[in-house]
Design a protein around this ligand. Sequence first.
Ligand code: ARG
Ligand code: ZN
Length: 880
Amino acid sequence: MRDASPQTVYLKDYTPPEYLIETVELNFDLDEQLTIVRSSLSLQRNPQSKHQNLALSLMGEELQLISLAIDGVSLDEDEYTLDKESLLIHKVPQDRAFQLKIENSISPAANTALEGLYLSSQMLCTQCEAQGFRKITWFLDRPDVMSRYKVTLSAAKDKYPVLLSNGNKIAGGDIDQNRHWVTWEDPFAKPSYLFALVAGQLEAVSDEFVTHSGRRIELQIFVESHNVDKCAHAMQSLKNAMRWDEETYGLEYDLDLYMIVAVDHFNMGAMENKGLNIFNTKFVLARPDTATDSDYEYIEGVIGHEYFHNWTGNRITCRDWFQLSLKEGFTVFRDQQFSADRSSKAVKRIADVNALRTRQFAEDAGPLAHPVRPEAYIEINNFYTLTVYEKGAEVVRMLHTLLGPEGFRKGCDLYFARHDGQAVTCEDFVNALETANQADFSQFWLWYSQAGTPVLDVTEHYDAANQQLHLTIKQSCPATPGQAQKAPFHIPVKLGLLSDDGSAAPIWFNQQSSNEITLHVTAAEQTFSFANLAQAPVVSLLRGFSAPVILKMERSLEDLAFLLRHDSDTFNRWEAGQQLAIKVIFELIKNLQNQQALQLTPLLVDAWRNILQDKFSDLSYQAMLLSLPEESYLAGLMEVIDVDAIHEAREFVRISLAKQLQTEFQRLYTLYHRDESGNFQADAIGRRRLKNICLNYLISLETPENYELAERQFYSAGNMTDQMAALATIANSRHPAKARSLDSFYHQWRREALVIDKWFALQATSSMPNTFATVQSLMRHHAFDIKTPNRVRALIGAFSQSNPVNFHAKNGEGYAFLADQVLVLNDLNPQIASRMVTGLAQWRRYDEERQILMKQQLQRIVSYAHLSKDVYEIASKSLA
Ligand code: ARG
Ligand code: ZN
């Protein structure tokens, strides 16, 4: 067992800080082995605090103290107490402001947790959210303490020619021949988690943006020199995001300089530090030959996300970490809106819902379920979850739906006006929306406090005599850890009705008619009635996925096929096709489990043929309609997950469709197969998507001609989308040239770390039988490095989270392998280690034999002697 049982932090225990820090002066003598930090804090009692404590307690971890002084008088050893996580100064002035000076040292090169100040490749950088600042110096490291920072950095000129921190550069110069210094000042008060510094040999790619009010902003992206040619897309994305936020929310950038730095070693995607964003290279670097269309889209989304945080996160921040979704849910919603406006709205919505349903729904249904606004945590880094981010964004989206775009904007305006410069709560946000619109969201609030995915059971009854349709909607929500009973949610359900020719049937509801309405589902059971319907319409429910719920409604294959042809709602049209495929696949799974022969219903073939033959202006959308539901989504719908049957049934459908529609797939492949490298217009992306999904079907036929098609595309592609798509189909088949293609790819791209990540992930996710052996040998590959999070995610993460058939091998080798790696990572980088444990968290969903094997590995993990809080929390809650 671990040394001491780690403590749980509760929302109900929140109290305002006892002291405030008005200004912070930081002085860094930077060196990768030993950095000296001198901190000068102007402190005073917080008038809001009710405590009568003479002492001052500061947070600090892994720091070496050099000296302490208050108002110029140094402290003796009996005037303070130091322990592993804090510094307690027994007595500080109560009735006036005072200056506390701290001098300490830290060792960036020894910091493998990548939290605080650390070394990434040759450069020094920081990650302070959520509680990393305390690994730099002792501080009131909590988001409701906001201070103005002045930061001086000094370092060796040759190793660290570029020295960056938040705000504006105000001074600098040489110390001697070898060392130099720079001073930065940030005029905006900020919490410590938004502090950042960077030092290294970096090149800047520069541009500028003129704001709506005419201010000229300098934009800089800093990268290592070999990446200078991969910054154009990130820069354009930044300018697009800045313009979009002005146009959509009326929000302008506030400093004169906006900097982005790309680093190779990063625990998450990116970080919104004030004026100095630090990014995982994965979300900055792109060149047509090295990045796929999806990479381009992710980069735009994440650049937007971090930029939007400047208002939703930085200008208005969180009072405490339980409020994380205040900034993350809202900012994800904003980046989703931005990406939807920039590309295809339909495709973006489908992609977001797909991710939510496969991953967040699983989290909400498992042992780690928690509300969007959690009430307790052991390690806050474990709460940067799909629930806080993605479900949090859905909650904001529902508020947007309920208020309409104008009402939502009015509410946001009030939120920004009321709370600028403050650290606030989720209630403050909802309250501003309510006040501005005279709305009542008291029941809606349950979306923040109750965990679990609500289920809607819908039955329809058509009353021909009275020409009425009655829809009865029952809602329920399963129990989640700590929440046995749930009260009914306020659920916006968008609805349309279709006549039998496929056109919209007018919806008569409360004596008014329209083509689409939003029902307010608020009770455990409700019936909605619609009049003037001469014929029974086909119901299109939950349009646009208007609420993050599971919709259960008995539908015939014919009705689904009808909606797939005619629904004017692009989301529900796609959804009808998915439901159709799901029904078919589950029939096949049943057949497999009963050892019956498989046969594909012609209805699905006809439906897919229609999609292939229809004319679409948005080819990305057409490609999505042709995609079969992912194995992990199917798994989520199964009582006891049968990974093999899911895989086999889905493969059977893919192959059968390919056989029966081969000419159609070939026709579209040939139509769009020409190389359009460098063209990132939405229509060119659409052509690539459609062509590549056709290739994916065709290669399943395992014929020499189709194998050759894939190989030809692989060798001739001038863009990564086409090259990757071809290699992925090859790696997932019995293609005779598989080894040769993978080798060739490695040699072509061995100098591009992000492309080599793809090479690892591709092999780790192959469903072919020898994959586990490949994964083991890749662990020994000289390009594998367990200290690089992107590589760990590409190999260990991809294998354990995106390769159901091989990870869940019946002999348990996948589980033991994962636990081995978690324990190695635990000692190096607890955040990454705890992310990897999630591969075992869903153990209760599998058959008994697998349950035992998975549980054994979780038990092995919790009994490890030096377990981090991070891993302890996830593993122990998974077992509970
Ligand atoms: N605020 C960042 C973002 O969402 C995420 C940083 C989280 N980092 C962490 N170690 N928990 O953009
Ligand atoms: Zn964020």
